[in-house]
Each structure stands twice: as C-alpha cells, then as structure tokens.
Design a protein around this ligand. Structure first.
Ligand code: SF4
Length: 291
C-alpha cells in the first residue's frame, strides 16, 4: 500500500472570508503576505530536485483579486513547464467560475474545497456572509471544469449535532470526490471560538474510517490537526484508513508563524516525521501522484 506525499506551500494569508473557527480570517489584525511568482515556482523546483516531491498543495486564504490569480496562474504554468510529472492541488476557497477556469488552464490538476458542514444553518453561523448553497455551486463548478475534486468536513464544530455527522458522511456522495477529508475542530486561540472545547478526536478518527469504507478509492489525508489534538494521532489517522500526508516544507520558515490557520501553535510536520508514521502504518511513500 502506498501513501501520497504532498508538499504544502502556503502562498498567502490574505483572506476575505470571516470563518469563525479560523485564526487568519479577514478580521484578524495579522500582517498579510503573498509569495511572488518566481518565489513560488522556485520553492517547488527546489523540493522537486532535492526531495523528489511530485505533488504540491498550494494553499491560501480566499482572495479573488485578479492580480493574485494572475500570479498563481503564472507560477503554476512555470511549475508545469519545468517539472515533469507533477500534480498541483489548489486550496484557495470559493472563487468565481472564470478564475477557476484560469487556474485549470494554467495547469492546476485538483482543487480542495471543504464543505465544512452539511448543515446549512450551522454553515451560515460559522461562515458569516457565506452559504452552503454557494459552496455546493463552487464544488459543482470545479467538477464541471474537470478538476479532481476534494472536499471535507470539520468534526466537532460548535453547534454540530451528532446526526449532522451522519448527514456529512452522506453529503460527500454528491460530489464523488477524489479526495475526502475529516479534520477535528481545534479552537483557534485568536478566533471567535477561542476557549471552546476541541472536537472529539476519536469521533474524527472513526469518521475517517467510515470515509474509507464509504469511499474506498478516495485519497484521504491524515492531517496535522490530528497530531495537534493528541500526539500520535496522525499515525492513528493512517491506521484508520488515510492514505495521504502533507509535509510542511514549502512555506518559508519566517512565514509559518503568520499562517496559524487552526492554531498559533499548530503542528507543521517535516519529512522525517511523515516518513516515520507512514512506515509505522505499513505505507510506502508513492513515487508520484495517486490521483
Ligand atoms: S478557513 Fe480559509 S477561507 Fe476561512 S477565514 Fe480561514 S483562511 Fe479564510
């Protein structure tokens, strides 16, 4: 059995959204940064040559500024031209169809857009100014444009009903996702949920195991938030059926502290840790993309 190994490059922490569970939402006073085209493509080239990485996850806050999308498209086109055999995954939030189409044309292969919760009222409560219906339209647009699609929920969001998790499990089916994720809620220290209790880790692990049963061919990540919730839990995520892991070796060290998306003390695993837990789970790092 193999696991897909990705390098994440956190391209920018600029975000227009106001997700209540997030430390870097639009209301955060944090200093904002955005990598440039050459810097971004250069990081990917270094990881390709020095680490043999073939899958890159480009993550940022939600930013529909044309200048930002143009920079990303240029960097992705540069990466695709210079680095044979790579797969580029984008995780950039809800954007207009025309911008998704530009990203696809530039060479983005897959797009992750989590639905967070399948409960429309809870969605509106935790993402003020947004709706679940809009998120679903974005996912359908991504599918229609030919992206490999990834989506997921958060287990333990404040206000989540136990039956809501069952609905979440079935909700994935609407999109036949190539990538499916479940993360555990971590109360962001600077978010409006600061001081709330975390999600139940064992429930999250059980949910991941159910994802594996319901969606046997999906790429399921074991995320660093699991390890933050309890040391050893990222390995447990792999044992629960996950087959994708992300190495935090793409974001410049100086910028990692200003991308504290779920926690200011988030866990950012390096390659040695990822290799160790993959081996402990009996998984071999795949030489290339698995989707
Ligand atoms: S979770 Fe993503 S979209 Fe929501 S506020 Fe944070 S960075 Fe922005």
């Amino acid at each position: 059995m193999t696991a897909e190994v990705r390098s994440v490059i956190e391209v920018s922490n600029a975000c227009r959204a106001r997700c209540r569970f997030c430390n870097i939402n639009a209301l955060s006073p944090r200093k904002r940064y955005t990598l440039g085209r050459e810097e971004l493509a250069g990081i990917a080239a270094r990881l390709y040559k020095e680490r043999g990485r073939r899958v890159f996850l480009l993550q940022s806050g939600e930013n529909p500024a044309e200048k930002f999308i143009t920079m990303l498209c240029g960097a992705v086109a540069d990466m695709k031209a210079a680095l044979p055999g790579i797969s580029v995954i984008a995780c950039l939030g809800s954007l207009p169809k025309a911008q998704y189409a530009r990203l696809k044309k530039a060479g983005v292969d897959r797009y992750i857009l989590k639905f967070e919760t399948s409960d429309p009222r809870l969605y509106a409560a935790v993402k003020p100014g947004d709706t679940l219906a809009r998120r679903v339209r974005c996912l359908e647009t991504l599918r229609g444009l030919g992206f490999g699609v990834g989506t997921g929920n958060i287990v333990g969001l404040p206000g989540q009903e136990p039956a809501g998790l069952l609905r979440d499990l079935l909700f994935f089916r609407r999109f036949s996702p190539e990538m499916a994720s479940a993360s555990v809620f971590i109360p962001g220290e600077d978010s409006s949920f600061s001081g709330r209790g975390p999600g139940n880790l064992d429930t999250a692990l059980n949910f991941m195991a159910l994802l594996r049963v319901f969606y046997p061919r999906a790429l399921i990540p074991s995320t660093s938030s699991l390890e933050k919730a309890r040391p050893g839990a990222q390995l447990q995520g792999l044992l629960a059926g996950a087959n994708a892991v992300t190495v935090h070796d793409g974001t410049p060290e100086a910028l990692k502290p200003v991308f504290p998306i779920y926690s200011v003390s988030r866990f950012t695993p390096e390659e040695r840790f990822i290799k160790r837990i993959a081996a402990a789970a009996g998984l071999r790092p795949a030489a290339g993309p698995l989707a």
